[in-house]
Design a protein around this ligand. Structure first.
Ligand SMILES: *Cc1c(COP(=O)(O)O)cnc(C)c1O
Length: 394
């Protein structure tokens, strides 16, 4: 039996049919420029963008004028961090983040470090969780921004955002969260979380690639990242990606309307994979938490005596798409910064596999993976001199 199984939903998701249908009219008859208000076809686009902004705002408990569309999740993160750093530079130059953030956040912080800012990269515990007390202890009078992701894309850790936002509020420091992995996988409400800024990306919840949004709470000052025209109330230039925005609105509407049932379905598949792998494969380790602070769709294991890349190649031959870390990091041979941050030694971090399920993952697919994976690991281990030693000892 051969199947095609997609288990890389933390990297991207399929575009839903309803989402594509919502987008198509803005590529065909409604092709107007949303900033051209002097004729009907432009106004149609403008009014549509307003409605889509409302939909996105409603989905996360924001006001319509607090949503700014961007070209990606990476752009939203870059804008949040660089925009605050620039707007508040007379107040201070210190930023607090964590060692397990997405590269969009880490790269923005590293860029700022080269330009006179100071960044504290907080450590995490063995499950990838940041301690709110560490956030508080890192605050100085120069701190202008705290940025901590809502949920980790590699090992699924959900961070204590509410607790951190209370600390940020007490110290009057702006708090941004990268919620790209959270939408569609957990409840996201900007007031419940207590954040000032929040990044999202459509393609992580069955929307189109190349469109994201940044929630900016009213009253937060931010400099532009992209300069040019007056779009997005003068804060983000570029002709509105009306079809992309239509897709994001439809996708977030569906994700929020079916959140509970989708979460239950994904959690069921996730747990079957975790249990099945633990039962079938020795010398493995589940990375990330095993409780309710784990993202409902994320599975991440380290297998001793094997290379993650080799597992991926052999899974691919069986038609299974998975990841050994974050998609941005693959292609490099460095082990994932997240796995190193939770304390894994290099050789164990190298033998890691992420399986991220989707709302449409079936029991049949899970069974297929649980059948395919153990012989792959066993075959790869047979090539390892280290494993040979282990077998001899036992
Ligand atoms: C995918 C991802 C991003 C980047 O979003 P893009 O739209 O692909 O640029 C940022 N942060 C996290 C946590 C992600 O998983």
């Amino acid at each position: 039996m051969s199947m095609s199984v997609y288990l890389d939903n933390n990297a991207t998701t399929s575009l839903k049919k309803e989402v594509l249908d919502a987008m198509l009219p803005y590529y065909t008859e409604h092709y107007g420029n949303a900033s051209s208000k002097f004729y009907a076809i432009g106004r149609t686009a403008e009014q549509a963008v307003y409605r889509f902004r409302e939909t996105v705002a409603n989905a996360i408990g924001a006001k319509v004028n607090e949503i700014y569309f961007t070209g990606s999740g990476c752009e939203a993160d870059n804008w949040a961090i660089k925009g605050i750093a620039n707007a508040y530079k007379s107040k201070g130059n210190h930023i607090i983040t964590t060692q397990v953030e997405h590269h969009a956040v880490l790269g923005s912080c590293e860029f700022l470090e080269k330009n006179g800012y100071e960044v504290t990269y907080l450590p995490v515990d063995e499950f990838g969780r940041v301690n709110p007390a560490d956030v508080e202890a890192a605050i100085t009078e120069k701190t202008i921004l705290i940025t901590v992701m809502t949920a980790n894309n590699e090992i699924g850790t959900i961070q204590p955002i509410r607790e951190i936002s209370e600390i940020a509020k007490e110290h009057k420091i702006i708090f941004h969260t990268d919620a790209v992995q959270a939408i569609g996988h957990m409840k996201v409400d900007v007031h419940e979380l207590g954040v000032d800024m929040l990044s999202i990306s459509a393609h992580k919840f069955h929307g189109p690639k190349g469109v994201g949004a940044l929630y900016i709470k009213n009253g937060v000052r931010i400099s532009n990242l992209i300069h040019g025209g007056g779009q997005e109330r003068g804060k983000r230039a570029a002709t509105e990606n009306v079809a992309g925005i239509a897709g994001m609105a439809k996708a977030i509407e569906l994700a929020t309307a079916h959140l509970d049932e989708n979460m239950a379905a994904m959690q069921d598949k996730r747990d079957k994979l975790i249990k099945g792998i633990m039962e079938r494969i020795p010398y493995c380790r589940l990375n990330g938490p095993a409780d309710e602070t784990r993202l409902c769709n994320n599975v991440n294991f380290s297998f001793q005596y094997v290379e993650g890349e080799s597992i991926l190649m052999m899974l691919d031959m069986k038609g299974i798409a998975a990841s050994s870390g974050s998609a941005c990091a693959s292609g490099s041979l460095d082990p994932s910064h997240v796995l190193l941050a939770i304390g894994l030694p290099h050789e164990i971090a190298h033998g890691s596999l992420r399986l991220s399920v989707g709302e449409d993952t079936t029991d049949e697919e899970v069974a297929y993976v649980l059948e395919a994976l153990p012989p792959i690991i066993e075959r790869l281990r047979m090539m390892s001199p280290l494993y040979e030693e282990v077998l001899k000892k036992n």
